[in-house]
Design a binder for this molecule. Structure first.
Ligand SMILES: Nc1ncnc2c1ncn2[C@@H]1O[C@H](COP(=O)(O)OP(=O)(O)OP(=O)(O)O)[C@@H](O)[C@H]1O
Ligand SMILES: [Mg+2]
Length: 218
């Protein structure tokens, strides 16, 4: 469902972050992406997310080429198909847990409470019920990451991208998050997780290694 063809990214200053990357990823897979610092992991996720246009090459999601459609069409495609999670959560500090989770409705021009019932059931499932009206500053790292996970999947995107999501979590919260990723992939979605930890990567269906912007096939 995700087809990456000859993707290259050269940043200003002639920094090659991705060097002719090609890859096909089937739906239903949980993929771990590993590689040294500066190898191009975040750049690959950014180009897959539709946020950063590569210098050349294509990214197709279910046959639609992300960078051959208009910016407005790309925004719609992103809002409907792509969720993102980061190491530092990127929650909005002035919104509470429920509001942070329902926020993706705004990108779809829907009212903020559009996903309220889905959000409440996710909040229960993720054991955040007692935190529903709290702001992120009052939450633990594990709770923040579960809120970020709920926000990323609230509209059931086919592609979930996570950039070092376990970097700030202890072992218990890492295990909870990885199990959520496994389950989300089993529902027929694609999950791509960047990680530095072998123990986390080994729980994925497939590990992809990257070095100097090139995929290493093992
Ligand atoms: N906006 C940018 N402008 C210029 N160069 C950049 C930019 N973003 C990243 N780079 C460079 O591109 C290369 C790949 O960076 P990237 O952030 O993708 O690596 P990474 O694998 O995610 O590293 P880390 O593990 O440290 O997060 C690096 O050499 C980096 O310095
Ligand atoms: Mg990175």
């Amino acid at each position: 469902m995700i087809s990456i063809q000859n993707l290259s990214m050269i940043y200003p200053g002639n920094v090659t972050a991705l060097d002719d990357v090609s890859l096909e990823i089937e739906a239903g897979k949980f993929i771990a992406l590993q590689g040294p610092s500066g190898s191009g992991k975040s750049t690959l996720l950014s180009t897959l997310s539709g946020l950063v246009r590569p210098t050349s090459g294509s990214v197709k999601i279910d046959g639609t080429s992300l960078y051959e459609i208009s910016p407005a069409e790309r925004s719609v495609l992103r809002a409907e198909n792509i969720g993102m999670i980061f190491q530092n959560f990127h929650l909005l500090p002035y919104l509470n847990v429920l509001e942070n989770i329902t926020l993706p409705s705004v990108a779809k021009n829907l009212p903020l409470d559009h996903y309220a019932s889905e959000a409440k059931s996710l909040i229960d499932q993720l054991e955040l019920g007692h935190r529903i009206s709290h702001h992120p500053a009052k939450l633990s790292a594990g709770e923040c990451q579960r809120v970020a996970f709920a926000r990323a999947i609230i509209s059931q995107p086919k592609l979930l991208l996570a950039d070092e999501p376990t970097g700030n979590l202890d072992n218990k919260n890492t295990e909870i998050l990885i199990n959520l990723f496994k389950d989300y992939a089993k529902q027929g979605n694609t999950v791509i997780m960047v990680t530095h930890a072998d123990a986390d990567a080994n729980q994925a269906d497939q590990v992809i290694n990257i070095a100097d912007g090139k995929l290493i096939t093992s």
